[in-house]
Design a protein around this ligand. Structure first.
Ligand SMILES: [Zn+2]
Length: 261
């Protein structure tokens, strides 16, 4: 039964990922996100149902449009797979709590899925456009606030969110928007409320570490110049997801380490 439901959640995550691609590509373009059919970006041919299957269509068509043969962006299968993996890991993390704790636990579990789906969309949008639209950060903050209300530690979560917001707002202010955008501060607000104290610290530290390693790696590979602007949102988002999954274990491991020295 576990394997069955895990597969269902994974497949649902793939479909959500396909929707995230649509949102990211159509947001702020004036195109309707829901009421427009998907078309090939090169030949504008409307895509049929067989061309819209997450990941599979891309593999079957070898990454090319069936009509004009132009190549399809890798973003599609990558985001779809990431979303499937995300949903699967959240499901593993939440485990039996989803159905076991009654209505509140079902709502709060649904909020976790919603929160990370929006976070993935925000991260992909930031990676592409180097900015975080308010619609994402506002949705994240609102769903985090409801989630935290249900969790019963609203006041402390709000403080954690405010602390994270001020920390990034300071970076933004001091650097004149060069190191961090103000969008990062708004993103940190929602992440702080969702994760609470002390997980928000784990998320921010992981975000900086992953960002630094990524930056150095791409600098060494010659893909980045010294002045390349790297959006921080994707790293902060990754840090937040890892903190949600493993943060408590990381803190326990760290405390254990200190006890020995
Ligand atoms: Zn085409």
């Amino acid at each position: 039964m576990d394997i069955f439901w895990s597969a269902v959640v994974f497949l649902f995550g793939l479909v959500v990922g396909s929707f995230i691609n649509v949102v990211v590509l159509r947001l702020n373009t004036g195109e309707s996100i829901i009421f427009t059919f998907s078309r090939c970006f090169s030949c504008s041919k409307r895509l049929g149902a067989g061309e819209l299957i997450p990941v599979l269509s891309f593999i079957i068509q070898r990454g090319r449009c069936r009509h004009c043969g132009s190549s399809i962006s890798f973003q599609y299968p990558v985001v779809e797979s990431l979303s499937g993996l995300l949903f699967f890991l959240i499901f593993l993390k939440l485990g039996y709590d989803i159905a076991g704790g009654g209505v509140f636990s079902i709502i709060s579990s649904a909020l976790v899925f919603l929160f990370f789906a929006v976070l993935l969309a925000a991260a992909v949008y930031d990676a592409r456009n180097k900015m975080l639209p308010d619609i994402f950060t506002a949705t994240l903050t609102a769903s985090a606030a409801v989630y935290s209300l249900l969790g019963g530690v609203f006041f402390y979560d709000m403080l954690a969110g405010l602390g994270a917001f001020l920390f990034f707002a300071l970076f933004w202010f001091v650097s004149g928007g060069k190191w961090m955008g103000f969008g990062d501060a708004k993103l940190a607000f929602g992440l702080g409320i969702f994760l609470g104290w002390p997980l928000v610290i784990v998320a921010v530290l992981l975000g900086f570490w992953i960002g630094a390693i990524w930056g150095i790696l791409f600098l060494l590979l010659g893909k980045y110049g010294r002045k390349t602007q790297i959006p921080f949102g994707p790293f902060l988002a990754t840090g937040a997801f890892l903190a949600f999954l493993l943060g408590k274990d990381m803190i326990a491991w760290y405390n254990h380490l200190i006890d020995f020295t």
